[in-house]
Design a protein around this ligand. Structure first.
Ligand SMILES: CC(C)(COP(=O)(O)OP(=O)(O)OC[C@H]1O[C@@H](n2cnc3c(N)ncnc32)[C@H](O)[C@@H]1OP(=O)(O)O)[C@@H](O)C(=O)NCCC(=O)NCCS
Length: 147
């Protein structure tokens, strides 16, 4: 397996276009919808974590400011050929380290029901009722990073 490099960028980066391509491919196309029909202005406030293999972006997640000391993890995606190899776990772990260093004590997220096991394995817990987003069932999940 090629070496993975994980780093964080902002939407002004030249690499942001590759993040949009990955989100389109993994998070929108399979649902028959497109990011082109969405307001992406929230992205400009976000810290964007990317996993790169060479010049290719193979994983991403965004941290959006939510409340004092709280961020929302969103747009979590790993390229099909990089899934099941620890890519997603590495991305989340690096993002969590960033949070701890920056005084963020809690991460919340909208988990697709099919991906809840991934977040559970990383210490996230579900709360509240099932709800629908992008046409599929989701649950709120959270993780307290600092007590
Ligand atoms: C969900 C996703 C981000 C996980 O990333 P990944 O790189 O495939 O996951 P990892 O290889 O790092 O897996 C880490 C752990 O989570 C588990 N896991 C991964 N995907 C899972 C899933 N869909 N359901 C249950 N468990 C899952 C793995 O088995 C592994 O468990 P282990 O620690 O016991 O070995 C990725 O598969 C993906 O992009 N899926 C399609 C888009 C999606 O659903 N995104 C999430 C939107 S909320």
């Amino acid at each position: 397996m090629d070496q993975l490099k994980i780093s964080n960028i902002r939407s002004a980066s030249a690499k942001y276009a590759g993040v949009l391509d990955l989100r389109e491919e993994i998070l929108r196309k399979p649902l028959g919808i497109s990011l082109r029909n969405e307001d992406l202005s929230r992205d400009h406030d976000d810290e964007i974590f990317i996993a790169e293999s060479g010049n290719r972006i193979v994983g991403c997640l965004l941290l959006h400011p939510y409340d004092t000391g709280v961020v929302q993890l969103r747009a979590m995606a790993v390229a099909n050929d990089w899934q099941g190899k620890g890519t997603g776990r590495s991305l989340v772990q690096v993002a969590e380290q960033y949070c701890v260093l920056n005084g963020i004590h809690k991460i919340i997220l909208h988990a697709r029901k099919v991906a809840m096991g991934f977040y559970t394995s990383l210490g996230y817990t579900a709360y509240g009722d099932e709800f629908v987003e992008v046409g599929i069932p989701h649950y709120l999940m959270e993780k307290q990073l600092i007590e």
